[in-house]
Structure formats: structure tokens, C-alpha cells
Design a protein around this ligand. Structure first.
Ligand code: PHE
Length: 337
């Protein structure tokens, strides 16, 4: 049996055959196991002798099998190392890296410009009371100007804020009559508009408010000029057109020289050379009073701009809806600027 087994093992050509032979000789029903099991039938003298021989044969077979197995294992590892080598010279796949959303970027840029002028940032709730959103801003109930900003009401007295101007009142109240007030208020606002290229039910505004002794319209104009030149370049000019807001008097709308053609006239500015970018004015005395100030002692100016609009003009984007579409091809363009 020993020489037969060793002969067969010597001829083994692969790991599968080696395993077959192990089962054949050493397995539960293997030949050697059979012999050892039959030992009970032997005499007491025969048993140790046969047992010794059987154990020797088993040890010899096991040794050869172990040696062969190790050989095959090593060959298998070598084969895998060969097959799985990595070509480190192949170009890699760049990991997808996120970037700041263009609206966030522009909002931060606007904030930075005003922070540089000594403003601080104030925030208020998006779910606002009728009082802060309208009443305190000199838009009493049934005032026709409430229609300018069709609103999402939650109850009769609670709504989604239609502009960031309610933060003006909240800020003034929190100041307890102290001056100067010098804040910008960024945030989301909501209006019942049908969404199109220039309207969205939700958009972002940044409000500005300055209150103190002797604040004049020329301060407002100088501040806005400085802002637009920081934003769009020192060649850009502004003009103020008379307008109306219930919470400012006088009120104005501000145009900039077209950011595309520089004022020569193009499709973007409808050949006027000017583009409207924000609303502003001197804080209405009634609004100062609601904020806890005496309009005979202090004056103030305020302005409000849409972040989307500022961004559309800066990057010549033709549709506000691009900002909300989560199209990585659109957003990716802003990753490196
Ligand atoms: N709240 C105005 C709007 O949403 C903008 C504005 C703010 C105008 C402050 C004047 C002063 O249209």
C-alpha cells in the first residue's frame, strides 16, 4: 500500500488529483483508515506490530501530501501575484469633488464686500408674522402694495416672508434705540409667482440697513456705487430712478451700466445700456418708529437685492431655473472660478 501510494503521489500533476488521493488513502472511507478500523479483529500480539506499520505508512503518505500541497500553494500565490499586478503607470480616475453652489458663492461675495465696509450680518425667520413682513414696514392691511408681493399665507397672521425687509424691524428692535445700525440680512424669500426664466417661488435676497444721525441719500448712493464696482468692476456706473416702496421715502430703483456691453446697448439690456439690479431708499419715518427710533433724531437708508439677479448678470446666465436644477454640468462650471 505504501509503495503504491507513494508511486501515485509522485505522478500527481495538479492540486485536484492530490486531494483525490488524500481522500482515497486518508479520508474517512480511505484504504488506510479501513485497515486501522479492522485492527479490532487482530490478536493482542499482532495489534501493536500492525498498528506501528499502519502509522508509519500514514505518516509517510501525509508527509508527501503536505510537501506537494505546499508546492501547489506557492505556485498558486505566484500565479495570482502575476495575474493581479497593477499597472501604476495608467492614468487614474479623478475623484468627483463638490464645489460651492454659484448662488452661495455670489451671496458670500456680496457679504464679503459689505463686511469690508463695516457691516455685520443679521438673520431672521423665513416663517414670519404679518406684522414684521408688512404692517411694521408701513404696509397696513388692505394696502394695495401688498399685491406687489403675492404671498404664501400659513394662517391669517403668519406667512412665508416675501422679502428680507422684516429683518430691518427685528434688528432695530434688538438694538434698543442704539446707533449706528449697519447690517446686511441675507436669506430666502417666497412669492406666489409662476416660475419662469426670471421668476421663482423661492429666491434669495440680501437686505441692507443703515440707521444713525445724519444718514443721507448720498451715503446710500456712494455705498451702492462702491458695491457694484467691487462686484462687477470699477468701470461700472449706477443711476437711481425714482420708484416707490411703502417702507422707504424717497425710494429708488438702481440700474447699472450693462455688464455685457458696458452701456453700448445689447440684447441683454434691451439696447438701453442699463440694467436694474435693486431697490432702495431712505427709511420711512413710520418704519423707524416701529423699530424704536425717533425719526427726528436719526435717519437711515435701506436697500434690497436679489442674489439670483446679481449672479445672472455676473455670469451671463439666461435662466434663473438653472440655479435650482442640480445639473452637475451647469454647476461644475463654477467650481474653478
Ligand atoms: N423689499 C424690497 C423688495 O423685496 C426691496 C427693498 C428693500 C426696497 C429695502 C427698498 C428698501 O422688493
Amino acid at each position: 500500500l505504501r509503495s503504491e501510494a507513494l508511486q501515485q503521489l509522485a505522478d500527481v500533476a495538479d492540486a485536484a488529483r492530490l486531494n483525490d488521493l488524500r481522500v482515497h488513502y486518508l479520508g474517512k472511507k480511505g484504504q488506510l483508515t479501513e485497515i486501522l478500523r479492522g485492527m479490532g479483529a487482530l490478536t493482542a500480539e499482532e495489534r501493536p506490530i500492525i498498528g506501528q506499520v499502519a502509522n508509519d505508512v500514514r505518516a509517510a503518505i501525509e508527509a508527501v501530501i503536505a510537501e506537494k500541497q505546499e508546492e501547489y500553494d506557492r505556485a498558486e500565490i505566484a500565479r495570482r501575484l502575476q495575474a493581479e499586478t497593477i499597472d501604476v503607470t495608467l492614468p487614474g480616475k479623478a475623484p468627483g469633488v463638490g464645489a460651492v453652489h454659484p448662488l452661495t458663492k455670489v451671496a458670500q461675495e456680496i457679504e464679503d464686500i459689505f463686511l469690508g465696509m463695516g457691516y455685520t450680518i443679521a438673520e431672521g425667520p423665513e416663517v414670519e408674522t404679518d406684522f414684521f413682513n408688512f404692517e411694521a414696514l408701513n404696509l397696513p392691511k388692505n394696502h394695495p402694495a401688498r399685491d406687489m408681493q403675492d404671498s404664501f399665507y400659513i394662517t391669517d397672521e403668519i406667512l412665508l416672508r416675501t422679502h428680507t425687509s422684516p429683518v430691518q424691524i427685528r434688528t432695530m428692535k434688538a438694538m434698543n434705540g442704539q446707533t449706528p445700525v449697519k447690517v446686511i440680512c441675507p436669506g430666502k424669500v417666497y412669492r406666489r409667482d409662476d416660475d419662469d426664466a426670471t421668476h421663482s417661488f423661492m429666491f434669495h435676497q440680501i437686505e441692507g440697513l443703515v440707521v444713525g444721525p445724519n444718514i443721507r441719500m448720498s451715503d446710500l448712493k456712494g455705498t451702492l456705487l462702491q458695491f457694484v464696482q467691487a462686484m462687477y468692476g470699477s468701470q461700472v456706473q449706477i443711476r437711481l430712478r425714482p420708484s416707490f416702496f411703502p417702507f422707504t421715502e424717497p425710494s429708488a430703483e438702481v440700474d447699472v451700466t450693462c455688464t455685457q456691453c458696458g452701456g453700448d446697448g445689447c440684447r441683454m439690456c434691451k439696447h438701453t445700456g442699463w440694467i436694474e439690479i435693486l431697490g432702495c431708499g431712505m427709511v420711512h419715518p413710520k418704519v423707524l418708529e416701529h423699530g424704536g427710533y425717533d425719526p427726528k433724531e436719526v435717519t437711515g437708508f435701506a436697500f434690497g437685492m436679489g442674489v439670483e439677479r446679481i449672479a445672472l448678470l455676473k455670469y451671463d446666465i439666461d435662466d434663473i431655473r438653472h440655479f435650482y436644477g442640480n445639473d452637475v454640468k451647469f454647476l461644475g462650471q463654477f467650481a474653478r472660478i
